[in-house]
Write a new protein. Structure first.
Length: 255
């Protein structure tokens, strides 16, 4: 016997009918998303236009690098062996695990070619970041280099800014505060997490680093750049809609 629900006018309809309406209109109420609206950056629109401009219309002959750190990547080892997938059963892993330490992945995505330069380091301080940055730009020393990065304090230290002043072919482009989603390397971090790190079993930090290096090598064997299609106007329009919805909720809750 079918379960029924009642509309606000008292008419009884089945769950099957409601599910059919959802499918017909492409509604997926079981799904959820996330959002982040920067509230602290007065130059939000200008910074969005700056970064998106590099993606959609980069300066001729220039290299655009998207740079960031994926911190505290854990080397997790399952307490029992993983049971592989079979014809009649899914892969199974124990819910508990042993921590064997962490590493920090510093990576630079060449926006034009899709290639990744990455290093694993035990820390992510300013000295480590600057050393990584020098290696990341070295292959492009004869070109104009534009680097997209977030507002982490280690990206703005006196040592980093002094190096930047001495290398006039290198230009920093900071994403708006709280808007690291504009940085394309974050997309790649999500991919390596899903495809390699999250499903991995690592008996040591060394094993984890080896896996990350292997993944980068395989990625670079056939690199493909991400196709960025969102214009500045489209992004700002979506942000305005979210801001208006937030304001409505706040106003309604205040009544």
């Amino acid at each position: 016997m079918a379960d029924y629900i009642f509309r606000t006018d008292g008419v009884r309809v089945s769950h099957t009918y409601v599910a059919g309406l959802w499918r017909e209109h492409g509604l997926r109420p079981h799904r959820q998303g996330t959002f982040k609206v920067s509230k602290e950056d007065p130059d939000f629109a200008e910074k969005v236009a700056d970064v998106v401009g590099l993606y959609l219309d980069p300066p001729g002959g220039a290299v655009v690098l998207s740079v960031d750190e994926k911190t505290q990547v854990q080397a997790l080892d399952r307490t029992q062996p993983t049971l592989p997938i079979t014809f009649d059963a899914t892969e199974k892993r124990t819910h508990d695990y042993v921590r064997h330490g962490t590493t920090n992945l510093l990576a630079a995505l060449n926006v034009g070619s899709g290639e990744i330069y990455g290093e694993c380091r035990p820390n992510r301080n300013a000295e480590t970041f600057l050393a990584f940055l020098k290696k990341a730009v070295a292959p492009h020393a004869d070109k104009e280099i534009h680097i997209v990065l977030d507002n982490l304090s280690t990206h703005r230290t006196p040592e980093v800014m002094d190096w930047l002043a001495k290398n006039e072919n290198v230009h920093f482009h900071f994403t708006p505060i709280g808007s690291s989603w504009l940085n394309q390397i974050e997309t790649w971090f999500g991919i390596i997490t899903r495809q390699s790190i999250r499903r991995g079993t690592f008996s040591s930090v060394t094993a984890l680093i080896k896996q990350i290096r292997s993944y980068i090598a395989n990625w670079n064997a056939n690199p493909k750049p991400f196709v960025w299609i969102a214009t500045t106007d489209a992004i700002l329009a979506k942000v305005r809609i979210v801001q208006e919805n937030i304001k409505k909720l706040v106003d309604n809750n205040g009544k």
